[in-house]
Each structure stands twice: as C-alpha cells, then as structure tokens.
Ligand binder design. Structure first.
Ligand code: 5GP
Length: 138
C-alpha cells in the first residue's frame, strides 16, 4: 500500500481545494469534516504524507497527537460537550475512505446519536461558523 499524493487531503494541504480551518501549525492542519457525524466534527492531519497510521513515522505522530489533544479540548469547550470521541480508520476494510492519515474529533453529549460515516454534506456557512467557534476556544 502506497501513499497517493492526489488524495483529497493532500489537495487541501496544497491549497488546491478549500477547507474550514480550525488550527494549523508547522506540522499539522485541522479542519471541519464536510460530512459531519456530529456537530463540531473535525479532522486533524499531518503535513507529511502517510497513507494511515500503519505506515506513519513516529516523528509524524508526536506533533499530530499534540494537535489532536489541542483541537479535542477546543471542540469540547466550543460545543459545551460532555466528552470527545476520537476515531481513526486504516484501510478500506476498516472504513478508511481518504488515504492520508487523519484523526476524527467528535464532540459528544450524553446519549447523542452519531450520523453515518461520510454521509450527508453540511451547509458551508454552518461549517464556517463552527470552525470559528473552535478557533475561538483554542
Ligand atoms: P475516513 O473514512 O477516511 O476515516 O474519513 C474521511 C472523512 O473525510 C469522512 O468523514 C468524510 O466526510 C471526510 N471528507 C471527505 N472528503 C472531504 C473533503 O473534501 N473535505 C473535508 N473537509 N472532508 C472530507
């Protein structure tokens, strides 16, 4: 299994397609998932290309997990959530659909239902507002 630099997240990193950014630093980028499973669902990716967790270098994971924690805390605050679910899929058999390593961050409230994975596109205006809420809580 190899890394394909034409995947959609690599295009986001190169600025070829837009995203609603929540956080960025030298090593990582976080942005809203366009088909959110809960309100505030966002994604964290490394700037270095790896297909998923299985082929990633350890040096990629350290700054990536720091950003996962930072954005998870901000999303929990922004959405006044009771908790945060972190999801990460490796290879199609495990549900992976975009082949650039990423972590899902999903603020959750008690008893909350989760919509289907990669289901329905959200309103862009709403995503822009939610990204701002998370940025303001960083
Ligand atoms: P995976 O199944 O690979 O873990 O999840 C990929 C995620 O990326 C899905 O939750 C899907 O909604 C999201 N996604 C797919 N295409 C795009 C896109 O063009 N922009 C953004 N922001 N998210 C995307």
């Amino acid at each position: 299994m190899t890394y394909d630099p034409n995947n959609i997240f690599a295009k986001i990193l190169r600025g070829e397609i837009p995203c609603h950014k929540t956080y960025e630093d030298e090593h990582t980028l976080a942005f809203m998932d366009v088909m959110p499973q809960v309100e505030g669902h966002c994604l964290v990716i490394p700037k270095v290309g790896s297909r998923n967790l299985l082929d990633a270098e350890l040096s990629t994971l350290t700054p990536l997990m720091a950003t996962v924690q930072k954005v998870a805390r901000a999303a929990k605050t922004a959405f006044k959530a009771d908790g945060v679910q972190i999801r990460q899929y490796n290879e199609p058999a495990a549900g992976q659909t975009v082949f650039h390593l990423h972590f899902h961050i999903m603020p959750m409230n008690e008893g909350q239902a989760i919509r289907p994975h990669a289901g329905k596109m959200a309103d862009q205006g709403l995503l822009a507002k939610q990204a701002e809420m998370i940025r303001n809580a960083l």
